[in-house]
Ligand binder design. Structure first.
Ligand SMILES: [Zn+2]
Length: 355
């Protein structure tokens, strides 16, 4: 791909945007013929597959993941079925010329590795997102293992650590820290837990709460009393215990799962109140929303769509299977947000070979 190839597309965008009225951009149900925006590509529904399409759209707009999977190095050494299938789909979505495509291969690979999704009934998008990331992580770990054996020729501890991290864990994995305090003897314990998604509780005392409110509730200090009392190793008895949760390691990409609708109007989240003291000075504690899985209707009979921010056009698009439309920033607040993806660093101009 040369500069010349890139230029017409950019010019086309500019002239296109000036010619087409904002109304059309906002309300047109499908991409006008010939509208070719890299990374903005509808996905055909192959029978109740809107949950898969919504999840794939969110991953397609996770730029660091796309850049990694489409990089020459990854493609050359990746002989893994999941990673390569996903890369081929991303290639079509980012570098193809169609306004929509059919994720047939991705679906068939998903069904073969995740048999629980091998049917035409509606499934849970959040579950699928976790399963897919996990499958991708496991797949890429094999590549990492082969690479470290090739480089070091042996398996020492550092090599083993390198093998267990992949682009998936580097982006999506965070660590929570729990400090427990025995209310009787002040004995403290500290334990940690890695996570890829936080399922947020919804405050019941606020009528219109924000995601920030839900986060505050998640990280609120709790007192375990009655049957919830914890065994204190010093007292040797179950005691009232205070539990403080904090973020020991903030992830690059923060995934939030909501059990009920909250106000998603504000695209920024401030995580600084929840960071543990060790990471208190982390330069990025402000996270920006870049993708949302929306769910309408009831579980099993509802419909999933995705709202994603394009790092290339710097605008939001709504993906309803193969139908794509651009939406104004202020319209991104969604009444049906189910899974939200935030990035710790703003995505830069895409660096994708062939773009
Ligand atoms: Zn105690």
């Amino acid at each position: 791909a040369t500069k010349q190839q890139l230029m017409p597309r950019d010019n086309f965008h500019k002239s296109f945007q000036t010619k087409v009225s904002l109304t059309l951009l906002l309300y047109s149900a499908v991409r006008p013929h010939g509208w070719n925006r890299a990374g903005v590509c509808g996905l055909d529904n192959s029978g109740n597959s809107c949950y898969l399409n919504a999840v794939l759209q969110c991953l397609c707009s996770t730029l660091p993941l796309v850049e990694h999977l489409l990089s020459r190095d990854t493609r050359e050494e990746s002989k893994c079925r999941v990673a390569e299938t996903f890369a081929r789909l991303l290639e079509e979505m980012w570098l193809g010329s169609s306004s929509s495509c059919a994720p047939v291969e991705a679906r068939s690979v998903m069904c073969s590795i995740l048999p629980q999704f091998n049917n035409y009934s509606q499934q849970d998008a959040q579950e699928l997102l976790l399963f897919l990331l996990n499958a991708l992580h496991d797949d890429l770990k094999k590549v990492a293992a082969a690479r470290t054996r090739h480089v070091t020729g042996n398996r020492n501890r550092a090599a083993a650590a390198m093998e267990s991290t992949t682009i998936v864990s580097r982006l999506f994995e965070g660590q929570l820290g729990y400090v427990t305090l025995c209310m009787h003897c002040d004995h403290q314990t500290h334990r940690t837990q890695t996570f890829t998604v936080l399922s947020l509780p919804i405050p019941t005392d606020i009528i219109k709460c924000s995601i920030q409110d839900c986060l505050s509730l998640f990280f609120e200090q709790t007192l375990l009393t009655g049957v919830e009392q914890m065994l204190c190793s010093v007292c040797g008895l179950r005691r009232e215990t205070a539990v403080l949760t904090c973020l020991d390691k903030p992830p690059e990409i923060l995934m939030l799962h909501l059990k009920r609708w909250v106000d998603t109007k504000h695209p920024l989240l401030d995580l600084s109140p929840f960071l543990s003291s060790a990471v208190q000075n982390a330069s990025y504690s402000s996270y920006r929303l870049y993708a949302v899985v929306n769910h309408t209707g009831h579980l099993n009979v509802g419909h999933y769509t995705a709202l994603c921010h394009s790092a290339l056009t710097r605008s939001w698009h709504c993906f309803d299977d193969s139908a794509v439309r651009e939406v104004e920033d202020r319209l991104v607040q969604s009444a049906h947000a189910y899974v939200l993806l935030y990035s710790r660093r703003p995505f830069q101009k895409p660096k994708i070979h062939g773009l």
